[in-house]
Design a protein. Sequence first.
Length: 291
Amino acid sequence: MPQRTEHTGVSRREALLALGAVAVTASAAPLGATTSRAVRVGRLDQSVARWCFARTPINDLCASAKRMGLMGVDLLGDTEWEIPKQYGLQCTMGNSFGTIPMGFNRLNQHEKLVADGEAMIPNAATAGVQKIVVFSGNRGGMSDGEGIANCITGLKRLMPTAEKHGVVLCMEMLNSKVDHKDYHADHTAWAVEVAKGVNSPSFRLLYDIYHMQVMEGDVITTIKANLSWIAHFHTAGVPGRNEIDGGQELNYRGIAEFIAGSGYRGVVAHEFLPRREGMKSLREAVEVCTV
């Protein structure tokens, strides 16, 4: 399970460990659960990242997501892939078979990453999970050119399996300024070079709006220039990685309007850490991005 250490003091690993305390009833949907698909809200398909609401039982999160018109839950481990289906939802992205610090930029990691990927991809396809997040790994003194070349080499080994099963591996760009010191894929241009080199419909990018605002800003222009390589978005407020309301610097309504008008047909998943009541904050985020 990938470790994500945020400057807030909460990590994706810590959040996922907390899920064990709230997942006792996760295998059974409550009375009244439905298997129909959630009603699409606006022109964008929206989802929510599981780890940000780790203290909420998965059934409760799915039920709330359904009521809000979300189409799925993001970043689930394989033991939870099937749960959203009980609510007419999808697992919109599966957790990685690698880690944030040790990724595809290290040749000595390729054998394990490829073996783990070969095992996970068919299972993901069977469960209806169409996308899996992957990571570049940390620089550790490596040049940009070497890191890009190494990522291409390792990821290309997985493309025949991913293409066969219709699964897309999405490399996430993360900021190395605040949250993930030394992470290699910390700029859009770097990750786009990897995507060009892999040259497969089964490899695309996860553009995290929060992370890329921290690193490079100019969000809408960057998205417009690179949209063909982007298969997934994450949201969070800047600074702080909290709600996407008027208390932070990004105009998420404008960003959502642009993405919806661009012809993008993927998912926009909310990956913020709520400072207030979680489901209220999530509903407000959905409303902001309903365009």
